[in-house]
Design a protein around this ligand. Structure first.
Ligand SMILES: CSCC[C@@H](NC(=O)CCC(=O)O)C(=O)O
Ligand SMILES: [Mg+2]
Length: 368
């Protein structure tokens, strides 16, 4: 299909509560949405960059700049293009995987809607609902943490993920185990906050039978993760380190991880995310779908991805109300700890115009 134009929308959505990780606290989600218009209809993409380059080197102003000045013009010059040709056509531009992923997602959505195919069907879904985990931020106190965790368990979440950092690790994990028992599926995410010199502290998590410890070390330290994995019992899972199917194969071969968190934006798109899934499956490595506090657009695509066979661990595919009082799409509502996989054409959801307008701070039209 030949896009006739692309709209970039800057969106600001307040979070229901501050979300604190080892790299900072978020109260508002600054987002960039991409709307691709083609003769056969339109498609939506969501760029998962954070407001600043804190989770990774990408950030929302940079993504908007690279889309406006390089990626969208290149797409428009390409003429007829299928979704699977988008990323290869942009390969000459280095990096900016989240920006490229958003553009591919929008073209893929338009293409699938035109062919009356869902993301789930196109990606190889084998389930009609997915079990949902939830990510819990660093809190001001252990009692506050226990209240929040109790609320999510009451809501039906099947897995709890605790953000950790030096000074907030063993004590909160021990408290959750003591309060809620050994049967709760429990894991932790450090967002690169530790170094190999912290190995003895991280080994103190072993007695709590965690599902995994996510990205304890720097995203470029694969050998450090391999050494850590030899010295602790908790399985190491990588997030920030895995930026493509190739890097997943490298990390697995080096023994740097036994589990992979797949985030389509981080790896450069949903099509690459499926390749990461396939590489991990070939190595017997379980995967789960990570989250970047997406709106219902990205959430719809993530739930579809999470329904592929290799996604054997609950993901951070929580309900819309985990982060937002009002989503820009029909909300995703948890039912018996699961979310339904959208079956409609493309994403299966579209923004609700009034709700989108309320949170849109600027738009730019690029095209004829
Ligand atoms: C601002 S935190 C974004 C990255 C973080 N994501 C989550 O913790 C899950 C967020 C979500 O449920 O969308 C991660 O490193 O896994
Ligand atoms: Mg993570």
């Amino acid at each position: 299909m030949k896009p006739s134009g692309v709209e970039l929308l800057r969106v600001r959505m307040p979070l229901v509560a501050p979300f604190r990780t080892s790299f900072g606290t978020q109260n508002v989600r600054e987002l960039l949405l991409v709307r691709v218009v083609t003769p056969n209809g339109e498609g939506w993409g969501e760029c998962v960059t954070m407001g600043g380059p804190l989770y990774s080197s990408e950030y929302v102003d940079g993504a908007e700049h690279v889309l406006r000045n390089f990626l969208v013009p290149a797409l428009m010059e390409a003429g007829e293009v299928t979704a699977s040709q988008v990323v290869p056509r942009l390969a000459r531009f280095k990096g900016h995987r989240m920006a490229k992923a958003a553009l591919e997602m929008a073209v893929l959505d338009a293409e699938l809607r035109a062919h009356d195919l869902s993301f789930a069907a196109a990606l190889g879904s084998t389930r009609d609902s997915v079990p949902c985990g939830v990510s819990v931020g660093i809190m001001d106190s252990v009692p506050q943490l226990l209240d929040v965790v109790g609320g999510y368990l009451d809501a039906g979440y099947v897995r709890i993920k605790l953000k950790i950092e030096p000074g907030w690790d063993v004590e909160p994990v021990r408290a959750v185990r003591e309060r809620f028992g050994d049967d709760v599926l429990l894991q932790v995410d450090a967002n690169t906050a530790y170094t190999l010199s912290d190995v003895s502290q991280l080994a103190r998590l072993d007695p709590f039978e965690l599902l995994l410890i996510e990205q304890p070390l720097d995203e470029e330290d694969l050998l450090g993760h391999a050494e850590l994995a030899r010295r602790i019992r908790t399985p190491v899972c990588l997030d920030e380190s895995i930026v493509s199917a190739r890097s997943a194969a490298d990390a697995i071969t080096l023994g740097a991880c036994r589990i992979v968190n797949i985030k389509p934006g981080r790896v450069g798109g949903y099509l690459e995310a499926r390749r990461v899934h396939d590489v991990c499956a070939a190595h017997g490595i379980p995967v789960w779908c990570g989250g970047m506090i997406e709106t219902g657009l990205g959430r719809a695509a993530n739930v579809a991805l999470a329904s592929l066979p290799g996604f054997t661990l609950p993901g951070d595919t929580s309900a819309s109300d985990r982060f937002y009082r009002t989503d820009i799409t029909e909300p995703f509502v948890l039912k018996d700890g699961h979310l339904p996989v959208p079956q409609g054409p493309g994403l299966g959801v579209t923004p609700i115009p009034d709700l989108l307008a309320e949170v849109t701070t600027s738009t730019v039209w690029l095209g004829s």
